[in-house]
Design a protein around this ligand. Structure first.
Ligand SMILES: [Fe+2]
Length: 334
């Protein structure tokens, strides 16, 4: 085995977070009369559980309920809690503009049901994760009060053993969407001044319902996709706010010297292009392989596993073509 190949074996994340955003759970029934957002969240959590390697943290970055009703938070909690118990994983809940602070605090955090901001810090195996409540009650845009920025500065004044990941709902960077750029975090430079030169290795947000990446104050920013539905990026950049059927989540791998965020789309079909086991791949890496070996391995797919004919799949397929016309939430709905 060459030294290069040996090095490959050492590149394994020390910590893994799963970021789930914009679940938009209703108090009952379909979201926008079309999307079973509870089922979408169930599929994401099921995928995380089926992966067989529980993450170090489940991080939910806002718009957990679509209209902030108590019943929606109860439905959310009733679905999420059994997964959390089986995975034995800590959870962090961050509010978004669709959430209502009082029921959010009461039903998800067990805190007083009052209209006060939800700012938190947890440490997960040496990794510090801080969340800021960027919501402005009654508004869709985001903002951080000076007291929150001062609290953040205090929290990160001493570096954590493995650095800090900062989570908030509203992106502190612009993106392709003309309307969304009016609803991002106001005064992002104030946040930039706090995180610049600190141990914050990544800022993760939701809100956009599409993936974007940028930077603020020299810190990478990851804008996560939504589990409820996706934003049509190109339409939103030019002429319309268009929601599309689709769901996904983010895996955050924390390595010794960097943090990497990866989009994990939730694909309903289980048709594999190929599925080659790790032992075979490792044998190729360790001992080399001929073109024929590789061709044979990647041709011996275990086969095509048809997608289960669930109600969800049927609804999604039949509505996909009409979603451009029928799913067009108002600018305040993201
Ligand atoms: Fe949202």
């Amino acid at each position: 085995m060459s030294e290069d190949n040996a090095a490959h074996r050492e590149v394994v994340a020390e910590r893994v977070e799963v970021q789930i955003s914009d679940t938009h759970i209703t108090s009952g029934g379909l979201l926008h009369d079309l999307v079973d957002s509870l089922d979408n969240l169930d599929r994401v959590l099921s995928a995380v559980e089926d992966a067989g390697a529980p993450p170090d943290l489940l991080l939910f970055t806002g718009d957990l309920a679509d209209k902030g009703e108590s019943e929606a938070y109860k439905r959310f909690r009733d679905l999420v809690e059994p997964y959390v118990e089986r995975l034995s994983v800590p959870v962090m809940y961050v509010p978004g503009n669709h959430d209502m602070r009082a029921p959010f605090r009461e039903h998800l955090l067990g805190w007083d049901a009052i209209d006060e901001s939800v700012d938190q810090v947890v440490e997960v195996n040496g990794l510090r994760v801080i969340s800021l409540d960027s919501t402005v009650p009654g508004s869709a845009h985001g903002d951080l009060r000076p007291a929150q920025l001062a609290w953040l500065a205090e929290q990160i004044s001493d570096p954590a053993e493995h650095g800090t990941v900062l989570a908030l709902h509203h992106p502190p960077i612009p993106g392709p969407s003309r309307f969304l750029n009016q609803l991002t975090l106001r005064q992002p430079q104030a946040l930039a001044e706090v995180v610049r030169g600190s141990d914050v290795s990544m800022i993760v947000t939701g809100h956009a319902h599409h993936v974007s990446a940028g930077a603020l104050g020299g810190v990478p920013v990851w804008v996560a996709t939504a589990t409820a539905y996706q934003m049509d990026v190109l339409a939103s950049a030019t002429h319309s706010m268009r929601g599309l059927i689709g769901s996904g989540f983010t895996r955050i791998d924390v390595f010794a010297d960097t943090v990497v965020a990866t989009l994990v789309p939730v694909i309903e079909s289980q048709r594999y292009v190929y599925d080659v086991d790790f032992a075979t791949i490792q044998r190729f890496l360790d001992h080399g392989a001929t073109a024929e070996d590789v061709e044979a391995a990647f041709s011996q797919s275990p086969g095509v596993v048809p997608a289960e004919p669930t109600v969800h799949a049927t609804a999604s397929q039949s509505s996909a073509q009409s979603s451009a016309q029928s799913v067009a939430p108002s600018p305040s709905k993201v």
